[in-house]
Design a protein around this ligand. Structure first.
Ligand SMILES: Cc1ncc(COP(=O)(O)O)c(C=O)c1O
Length: 338
């Protein structure tokens, strides 16, 4: 949508000319037969970046999370996660519908070792065991907040000490790494599995990767096929992911700076407040207007946003938004909230 400032999500980016060229040039094969060299290269690259044995390229972040949790859990087990976790709120009930897993949400998006212990149930003939801990970093509905690396390591270690399996929903782990200055490998260290997205801040058109041990990835492979995610000449898409890893990771700092600029430009505006911003997501709380009314009014003024609650709207910065566009959006938002 040219002329519009599209802040609905970091998924709205278009592949750059150089990324398209990398896709065009990629050597291809049939990935269901394990023949696509570009997919193999992407999987090896991501496994190495995350410090895991192996990885698997899948169509979406939802599929990455769902097959990971399916591969870890037994039907009837409980997955423990923070409030508003994407695996529960935004994955269409797939954990229950497809894996037979129940979800136990902790009272807050970010939580502590004490919260895990307080809500943990061991295995037993009368119990529903909490066998898996899933952690989201950055946390989407908490406004893109990254976990403090020490707190993240602590909750993962606590879960492991209770015998739980740990999964990291790292759809935006790249943003967390840039924001905390701690590598993706370190952030993923205490987790049995990790999912990462290439089609969000990194700007690839399609694709996510799930990583873990050889045995875990072998099981994920089967579930990817079961869930309809076996792809053929998908090296075309993997090439975009490889290009994004090489060229778009460090520039996420620009998106974070643009998000801060938006928040700072709105500070003091009437009729709204902005919770702390740490990465590329800005939540805006409106005192009077409903989120739907604000989104509609912003659209008429050329700014696209999403509702994130009855009086909360969300703006996300990305590869295709400039500093000038962010300033334009701030002016529109300040005017309509007042
Ligand atoms: C934290 C988190 N996990 C998973 C996903 C799912 O990704 P996809 O839209 O590719 O299924 C998202 C999407 O926004 C997300 O924010």
């Amino acid at each position: 949508m040219s002329g519009l400032v599209d802040l609905r999500s970091d998924t709205v980016t278009r592949p750059t000319p150089a990324m398209r060229q990398a896709m065009f040039d990629a050597p291809l094969g049939d990935d269901v037969f394990g023949d696509d060299p570009t997919v193999r290269a992407l999987e090896a690259r991501v496994a190495d970046l995350l410090g895991k044995d192996a990885a698997l390229f899948v169509p979406s972040g939802t599929m990455a999370n769902q097959i990971a949790l399916r591969a870890h859990g037994r039907a009837g087990d409980t997955v423990m996660a923070g409030r508003d976790a994407h695996i529960w709120r935004h994955e269409t009930g797939a954990l229950a519908a497809l894996a037979g897993l129940q979800t136990l949400l902790l009272p807050t998006p970010m939580f502590t070792a004490a919260d895990i212990r307080a809500h943990y149930t061991p295995d037993g003939s009368y119990n529903t065991p909490t066998t898996i801990l899933a952690v989201e970093n950055t946390h989407n509905m908490a406004g893109g907040l990254p976990w403090d690396p020490a707190a993240l390591a602590d909750v993962a270690a606590t879960a492991k000490s209770l015998g739980m399996i740990t999964h990291l929903d790292g759809a935006r782990l790249w943003n967390a790494a840039v924001a905390t200055n701690v590598s993706e490998r370190q952030l993923a260290a205490n987790f049995d599995s990790v999912s990462v997205c290439l089609s969000k801040g990194l700007g690839a058109p399609v694709g996510s990767v799930v990583a873990g041990s050889h045995d875990f990835i072998r099981r994920c492979h089967r579930f990817r096929k079961m869930y309809g995610g076996g792809m053929r000449q998908s090296g075309l898409l993997a090439a975009a992911g490889l290009y994004a890893l090489d060229h778009h990771r460090t520039r996420l700092a620009d998106d974070h700076a643009h998000a801060k600029l938006l928040a700072e430009s709105l500070a003091g505006a009437k009729g709204l407040t902005v919770p702390p911003v740490a990465t590329n997501i800005v939540m805006i709380d409106l005192s009077h207007l409903s989120a739907d009314a604000a989104v509609a009014a912003a659209r008429s003024a050329g700014v696209l946003l999403t509702p994130a609650g009855p009086h909360r709207i969300r703006a996300v910065t990305h590869l295709d938004v400039t500093r000038e566009a962010v300033q334009r959006a701030a002016n529109v938002l300040a005017a309509l909230a007042a």
